[in-house]
Design a protein around this ligand. Structure first.
Ligand code: NAD
Ligand code: MG
Length: 292
């Protein structure tokens, strides 16, 4: 049994406003700070992680740094505090960290994020499209509750930013480079209360397999990770307290996952030593929910 399996189901009622901050969460998520051990799987690689300040992105940043990668952390300006904490873990691993705030709903900001990463790290080998947004509070993700402005933000953040970041990154990616997108169990088992978000994650799956075909001949691998319910700031920032109380309890493993339990899937896909022949795959980390 690892330290997560005996954790009680559900979470104390709590709410934040988007984008949500780590230090306000009870309990604090586990990003692998005390547990992740690297073994040189990404030595000398340079990674951009959008939404790298918190949650899954922070756990990926810590794991990548301990595997030997330098990391650029994309985040919203309101998340500087979270981004500083992530950067400090990366630096403690002896790697370079740079924080690049900006709202990725804007295509130009996506391009600038990539250009600033290349300038700061001297190149780019691994692109992790992890920034994502949804809103379920007060029925906001049901057909009746959809608000055009919110849907626009969800689509721009989840789908379009993924495309604009990849498009800007492409001229910098050499053979052996890797793109990892972030899908969701919602692409496979849509919950009804996340109508717009689930559609964006299905679109990300399509983009992933499509680009794997397109970029394979250039030696660039494209994959995605599809998490199930994971304890991150996105949840208390966008769901109602009654949803939080039960969060993750509907999975076969009976609990939500921690960001630290998702990051190894990103490491696997990022590393040429473990995944040199893996492209066009979507790896589920779902607590037992099917991804067929
Ligand atoms: P999180 O809130 O810690 O991270 C999401 C990040 O997205 C934020 O930190 C923020 O920096 C970034 N972001 C959001 N809107 C942005 C914008 N317009 N411009 C720039 N950055 C923006 O939450 P998380 O759960 O770690 O989310 C990471 C990814 O995992 C998301 O794509 C999410 O859809 C996906 N995911 C999460 C879960 C889960 O249960 N937590 C499940 C499946 C998929
Ligand atoms: Mg955040």
């Amino acid at each position: 049994m690892n330290q997560h399996e005996d954790r009680q189901q559900g979470f104390p009622a709590q709410q934040q406003q988007p984008p949500g901050l780590t230090d306000q969460m009870r309990p604090r998520p586990d990003h692998g700070e005390e547990s992740y051990r690297g073994s040189g799987k990404l030595t000398g690689r340079r990674a951009l992680i959008t939404g790298g300040d918190s949650g899954i992105g922070r756990a990926v940043a810590i794991a990548f740094a301990r595997e030997g990668a330098d990391v650029a952390i994309g985040c919203l300006p309101a998340e500087q505090e979270d981004a500083e904490q992530t950067a400090s873990w990366v630096r403690r691993a002896g790697r370079e960290a740079v924080i690049l705030p900006g709202d990725l709903v804007d295509a130009e900001t996506c391009t600038r994020l990539v250009e600033d990463t290349v300038s700061a790290l001297g190149g780019l080998d691994i692109v992790v499209n992890n920034a994502g947004f949804h809103l379920t509070r007060d029925g906001a993700g049901t057909l009746e509750g959809l608000d055009p402005e919110v849907v626009d933000r969800v689509l721009r953040t989840n789908i379009w930013a993924t495309l604009w970041v990849i498009r800007a990154a492409l001229p910098h990616l050499e053979r052996g480079s890797v793109i990892i997108n972030t899908s969701s169990i919602q692409a496979y088992q849509p919950a009804g209360v996340l109508l717009d978000y689930a559609a964006t994650k299905a679109a990300i799956n399509s983009i992933t397999v499509n680009l794997a075909e397109h970029l394979g001949p250039r030696g660039i691998r494209v994959n995605a990770v599809a998490p199930g319910p994971i304890w991150t700031p996105l949840q208390p920032a966008t769901r109602g307290p009654e949803e939080i109380a039960e969060f993750g309890s509907g999975t076969p493993l009976g609990r939500a996952g921690q960001p630290a339990e998702v990051a190894p899937a990103f490491v696997f896909l990022a590393s040429q030593s473990t995944a040199s022949y893996v492209s066009g795959s979507i790896v589920g980390v779902t607590g037992g929910k099917g991804t067929l």
